[in-house]
Design a protein around this ligand. Structure first.
Ligand SMILES: Cc1ncc(COP(=O)(O)O)c(C=O)c1O
Length: 396
C-alpha cells in the first residue's frame, strides 16, 4: 500500500499532464487531475526488466511476433478474465488509438457512421471527425445516478445503412460503467443483426472495483468474425510513454489488412522494445500489484465520495464501477460549467477536466483523475472546495 502513497515530482519529465498543463487549461502551476495517466511508478519487476534491457545498450529493430509476447497476453487473459485467447488473434500496435484509427480506415468509407456511446473519450470524436466519418451518438441515460444503455436508440443507430462500426468503450470512460454480460450480449446481437463491426476498446479492463467483473467482448461473443478488442497494459501499469499496445482480432482478413498497414503502408518496422518488455513482465508477474492498485484506487474514490458529501453536498457522486476517473455531477450547483472552470483554475489552482469535453451530455460534470497518491487527491479536493467557496463569494 505504502508504494502508492509515494509522491514523485513529474516536473521536468516532459509529462503531458504536469509540464504541459497550460496547453489545456491556459495557466501554469495548476495541480493536474486531467488526462488519464497515473502518478504511480511501475511495479519493481517491470523496472528491473527495463533496467536490464537499458544496460544492454543496443536498441535495434525489435520484433513482437514471437511466443514470449503472445504467451504473456494469453496468460493474463486466462488468469484475470478466464478467457482463452488464440495466438493468431494477437497483433502489436504502437497505441490503442492507432489500432482504432487503422481499423476505422479499413472498415468504413468516408461519410459512413461510427456509433459511439456518449459521454465518450474525447479522442473518439476528434478521430471520427478528422477522418470524414460521422459520429452516430447513442446517449447513455442516467437512472438513479447509474448510466444505462438506451437499447431502442442503439438499435435505430445500428440499423442506419451507413453505420459500419460500433466503437464500444468497455469498461466505459468517463462513466466507469462495467458492462454486464446481458448488456454485452444485446450489443453483440444488435451489431450482428445489422452487420456492424464491433470494436471494443478495453484499455480500462484491469482497474475494476469489486464485485464488478470485466468481461472481454471475445469471451461473450459466439461469432468472432465481426468483433475485436483494442487494448494495452499501458493504462494499468502507467507506461504510455514507453509506447506499445496490442489488439485481439479473430477475423484473419481484418487482421492481415491491419498488419499490412502497420508494416507496409505506414512503415512501422519495429515494436517499442521497452513497451513490449513492460507488457510481458506486467502480464507474467504483476497480477498482485494490480490487485493492490485496485484497492488503493477504490480507497481514493471513497475519499472523493466522503469529502464531497461533507463539504460540497450539492455535488453528486456515485462510486464508479471501474477506472481511476471520478465522474462528479456538479449540475445542482448554481454555476455554469464555464464559471466553475474559471474558479477551479483561478481560485483553486487546480486542473480538473470539464465534463463537456466528453460530449454535450457530459456538461455539468467534472472528470477528476484519482490515479495518484492519496495526499494529492486530498489536496485536489481542498482546491475544489476553495474554488466553490470562491464562487460563493463572487456570486454572493
Ligand atoms: C478509452 C481509451 N482509449 C484509448 C486511450 C488511449 O490509448 P493509447 O494511448 O494507447 O492510444 C485512452 C486514454 O485515455 C482511453 O481512455
Amino acid at each position: 500500500m505504502i508504494e502508492f502513497d509515494k509522491v514523485f515530482s513529474r516536473y521536468g519529465t516532459y509529462s503531458t499532464q504536469w509540464d504541459y498543463i497550460q496547453d489545456r487549461f491556459g495557466e501554469e502551476g495548476l495541480l493536474p487531475f486531467s488526462i488519464s495517466d497515473t502518478d504511480f511508478s511501475c511495479p519493481p519487476e517491470i523496472l528491473r526488466d527495463l533496467q536490464k534491457r537499458i544496460e544492454h545498450g543496443v536498441f535495434g529493430y525489435t520484433r513482437w511476433n514471437h511466443d514470449d509476447f503472445k504467451s504473456a497476453i494469453r496468460k493474463w487473459y486466462e488468469e484475470r478474465f478466464s478467457t482463452v485467447v488464440e495466438k493468431d488473434w494477437i497483433v502489436y500496435s504502437p497505441s490503442v488509438l492507432y489500432t482504432i484509427s487503422k481499423l476505422m480506415d479499413s472498415l468504413t468509407d468516408i461519410g459512413d457512421y461510427v456509433v459511439v456511446q456518449t459521454p465518450a473519450y474525447d479522442a473518439f470524436f476528434k478521430m471520427i471527425e478528422d477522418k470524414g466519418r460521422a459520429l452516430s451518438d447513442n446517449k447513455l441515460v442516467q437512472e438513479d445516478g447509474k448510466y444505462v444503455i438506451d437499447f431502442p436508440d442503439l438499435e435505430r443507430k445500428l440499423a442506419e445503412p451507413k453505420a459500419k462500426v460500433f466503437l464500444l468503450c468497455s469498461p466505459h470512460n468517463p462513466t466507469g460503467r462495467v458492462w454486464r454480460r446481458e448488456e454485452l450480449e444485446r450489443i453483440i446481437g444488435l451489431c450482428r443483426k445489422h452487420k456492424v463491426f464491433l470494436i471494443s476498446d478495453e484499455i480500462h479492463m484491469d482497474v475494476v472495483r469489486k464485485p464488478f467483473v470485466h468481461l472481454p467482448i471475445l469471451e461473450v461473443a459466439k461469432d468472432l468474425e465481426h468483433v475485436c478488442i483494442c487494448t494495452s497494459a499501458s493504462k494499468t501499469f502507467n507506461t504510455p510513454g514507453l509506447c506499445g499496445s496490442y489488439a485481439l482480432i479473430p477475423n484473419q482478413c481484418v487482421k492481415e489488412e491491419f498488419l499490412l498497414t502497420l508494416k507496409n503502408r505506414d512503415g512501422l518496422s519495429s515494436a517499442s522494445a521497452l513497451g513490449m518488455i513492460a507488457t510481458m513482465t506486467a502480464y507474467n508477474e504483476c497480477g498482485q500489484w494490480v490487485d493492490e492498485l485496485n484497492q488503493y484506487i477504490s480507497e481514493n474514490m471513497r475519499t472523493v465520495g466522503n469529502f464531497l458529501a461533507e463539504h460540497i453536498p450539492a455535488a453528486s457522486f456515485h462510486l464508479p464501477e471501474s477506472t481511476y476517473l471520478a465522474w462528479i455531477d456538479m449540475k445542482k450547483l448554481p454555476y455554469s460549467s464555464e464559471e466553475l472552470q474559471d474558479a477551479l483554475v483561478h481560485h483553486g489552482k487546480v486542473a480538473i477536466m470539464p465534463g463537456e469535453t466528453y460530449g454535450e451530455n457530459g456538461k455539468g460534470f467534472l472528470r477528476m483523475n484519482v490515479g495518484c497518491p492519496r495526499s494529492k487527491v486530498v489536496e485536489g479536493l481542498a482546491r475544489l472546495k476553495k474554488a466553490v467557496e470562491g464562487l460563493e463569494r463572487d456570486f454572493g
